[in-house]
Design a protein around this ligand. Sequence first.
Ligand code: NAI
Length: 286
Amino acid sequence: MKLQDIKKVGVVGAGTMGQGIAQISALAGYSVVLYDFQATALNQAKLNIEKNLEKGIERGKVTVQERDQSLSNITFSTDFEQLRADIIIEAIVERLDVKKELFGKLENLNSEKTILASNTSSIPITRIARDLKHPERFVGMHFFNPAHIMKLVEVISGVSTSDDTSNTVFELAKQLGKVPVMAKDAPGFIVNRVARNFYVEGLKVLEEGVSDVKGIDRLVEASGFKMGPFRLMDLIGVDTNFSVTTSMFNAFHQDPKFRPSRIQEQKVDAGHNGRKSGKGFYDYSA
Ligand code: NAI
């Protein structure tokens, strides 16, 4: 599959990341199908995309015509059969078994040429692709949050990914207005691995009672970071961030430097998953 053959983009998962990926694909002129098994997620995604495009107009970055065209480019669907496209970008829960099952089904539904891409933050691409009939067209396409704003995209080749596939995805990322970087397949790839200590160490400081959530964030932000670890975990999704840490802890054979925190696990147990659920380390209900 070459860049010019890509006309239709499928996005699976209409949560934090999927909605942004659908938005930028539609804005770049692609026909998009955004699929989620929860209708509520799709409704929320539609509202958020409309709001983001509206903000784009206010800032002079999007025209009224581009907004209307983008919205008409997206089909919001709970019907799995609609997920037929030239490339499908997956942004569902960070679990190997669930992702593998999904890609098996996507492979059966689509042509042999369709590129299958995962936005996984931490699961090795080679591992997700292992049981596919055509692992050569499987690749990592890792966007950053918020996906409609952050420029960086890591393009990750697994052991079986063909050069053709990774090159096309690299070019597609540019077409979407992003700055792609090729990365090798290692747990957490590059950015998440380097950044992991930011969250893990922030949580340890909290656990040890050295300071509280606000205090840690305030100091880290005063030192020049755009967001402290807790504000950032709330933006990412406390549950997603927890799954990524857990997955990296296991991938690095229980290396204590990636040990997930009980405090974070308890937030997840309570459903306090950050901005998307109205409450996380901070309260967003007001
Ligand atoms: P999220 O929890 O906000 O959204 C996930 C969505 O997928 C939900 O709407 C859920 O209903 C849907 N879903 C779950 N299982 C599904 C299935 N089997 N079929 C169809 N839909 C399903 O998750 P988020 O944060 O968007 O993360 C998605 C992926 O992107 C994960 O792999 C995560 O590691 C990765 N990622 C997340 C980033 C972040 O900052 N949140 C940044 C970069 C990557």
